[in-house]
Design a protein around this ligand. Structure first.
Ligand SMILES: [Zn+2]
Length: 157
């Protein structure tokens, strides 16, 4: 079933049975594009800083969502601290993983932003909230300009 009608009057809304095919293209936007290219080409992390209020956005945004002022690009070191984590023992099909994966919410140093990513080179029992971590990237020739260019975050040694 493909929809090609546009409903602008809420009174015309109705229930539809069956599957609805949806098509979309996701773009990372101007700031996301710069972020991923910098990560891929130089292995560096970019955030943006509001020129008015000074908030630092990670992932980077071109405008401040609080005062709508323009933001400027700033380089950050990619380090952060673990704010929360979860140990995943089963894959999405319910099969037990041979090696559990650890996902963490990481507050990025020098920013007001966070990222959810894998932790590596650490056992679950050794993880502490507030633990400092740093990114481990793919080798440069394997990077694609994706968040998976970051293999995982590991404890700062
Ligand atoms: Zn602002």
């Amino acid at each position: 079933m493909v929809f090609n009608e546009k409903i602008v009057d809420p009174a015309e809304l109705r229930h539809v049975s069956g599957k609805i095919e949806l098509y979309w293209i996701y773009t990372s936007g101007e700031a996301g594009d710069i972020f991923f290219k910098k990560l891929r080409d130089e292995g560096k992390f970019i955030a943006t800083k509001c020129k008015r209020c000074g908030r630092v956005f990670f992932p980077p945004r071109i405008y401040c969502e609080f005062d709508f002022s323009e933001a400027e690009y700033v380089e950050i070191d990619g380090k952060g601290c673990v704010l929360a984590f979860s140990v995943v023992n089963y894959d999405s099909d319910g099969n037990k993983l041979e090696n559990p994966e650890i996902y963490a919410l990481i507050g990025m140093d020098g920013t007001d932003g966070k990222i959810i990513h894998l932790l590596g080179e650490v056992e679950p029992e050794n993880i502490e909230i507030g633990m400092e971590v740093e990114p481990v990237l793919k080798p440069k020739d394997e990077r694609e300009g994706k968040v998976t260019d970051i293999l995982y975050f590991k404890p700062v040694s």
